[in-house]
Design a protein around this ligand. Structure first.
Ligand code: ATP
Ligand code: MN
Ligand code: MN
Length: 308
């Protein structure tokens, strides 16, 4: 964000509402979805997304000319000016200062829409505790041609492993090709610990089924397999925020679902900006208790006490 636009944000944040420039601009050409439609989407699902997006460092995929046009990924505010969307944070462990983007209100969501944000990604930590993640994200990325049933199987296999470690997990569709499994944790382990923990779980899955899974990021090693992407769990890494729309055809949504719903799922991208608000009416929260769950990882506790 340029200095001027940060000032603009700061100014607008103080007013009651965020005024959209060009509300009638079509941002999803395939479905004629406008900027106003996107704003209305976030207004109508506000109570679902806000607890999962607020006070986290964000990474915005901004597409000023809409889906299918040029987009850019933004994690930082590049100015000293402090708007509602910017915060200076310091990683003690990385000895690094950053000026991250975040929101803490419904108005913040509207500001993101105004900025042309088509995807809201976040880190797995809070803005005031950037060295200690409070969620782990496992991202399952199928190679072309891998049946969706297989991606589901992978997610359920992970759920079982986590259950054996007494960890409760939550599932969402990515809005793209894959599934994401979230594990809320106590913010007491650093990124290195969480990344090696999630890698060791993915390694175990790969050892059990090398014909199905790979932990190697390279596309050539992925042939016919599912890439178990544990790399969402490193310092500075991000994943799509639950309930965020994606910058893909038909405006699919990264939707939290129950494990029971996951059983019947046919793909990861058929919940959309158009269908989700209705679906959420009278819906029981499939991720109930997510933010209150502060799980400890027993094996890491043991490791810590051994090395202490
Ligand atoms: P799918 O189910 O289709 O894989 P996904 O959201 O999991 O959807 P991935 O490609 O697996 O997409 O994940 C990429 C991750 O990397 C995103 O979650 C995002 O946070 C991050 N990312 C995406 N684009 C960029 C970028 N340009 N620069 C840095 N990180 C990015
Ligand atoms: Mn993915
Ligand atoms: Mn991935």
């Amino acid at each position: 964000i340029k200095k001027e636009s940060v000032k603009e944000i700061t100014k607008e944040s103080k007013s009651e509402e965020v005024k959209l420039s060009h509300p009638d601009k079509i941002i999803y050409p395939g479905d004629k979805i406008t900027k106003q439609d996107l704003s209305n989407y976030y207004t109508s699902i506000n109570k679902w997304i806000l607890p999962l997006v607020k006070d986290r460092p964000l990474a915005l995929l901004r597409c000023p000319n809409g889906e299918g046009k040029e987009c850019f990924f933004q994690k930082h505010i590049e100015t000293d000016d402090m708007g509602i969307l910017g915060k200076k944070v310091e990683s003690k462990l990385k000895n690094k200062k950053e000026e991250i983007v975040y929101i803490d209100s419904q108005m913040g969501l509207q500001e993101l829409v105004q900025l042309g944000t088509l995807e809201i990604h976040s880190r797995g930590c809070r803005v005031d505790e950037i060295d200690y993640p409070n969620q782990i994200v496992f991202d399952f990325d199928p190679d072309e041609g891998v049946k969706f049933e297989k991606v589901k199987e992978a997610a359920f296999a992970l759920k079982e492993i986590l259950e054996r470690l007494k960890l409760k997990s939550f599932i969402k569709v990515s809005g793209g090709k894959g599934l994401h499994v979230h594990v809320p944790i106590a913010p007491k382990y650093d990124w290195e610990q969480i990344k090696s923990f999630s890698k060791s779980i993915c390694d175990q899955m790969e050892r059990e089924h090398p014909e199905k899974f790979t932990t190697n990021m390279s596309k050539s090693k992925r042939k016919g397999k599912i890439f178990l992407d544990y790399l969402r769990n490193g310092y500075g890494a991000s994943a799509i925020v639950p309930y965020s729309v994606r910058a893909r055809e038909h405006a699919p949504v990264a939707l939290p679902i129950t494990w029971a719903e996951a059983k019947k799922l046919k793909n990861a991208n058929s919940y959309t900006l158009k269908s989700v608000p209705k679906l959420l009416n009278n819906r029981k929260d499939p991720w109930a208790g997510y933010n209150k769950l502060s799980q400890k990882i027993k094996i890491l506790d043991q490791y810590k006490s051994l090395s202490a």
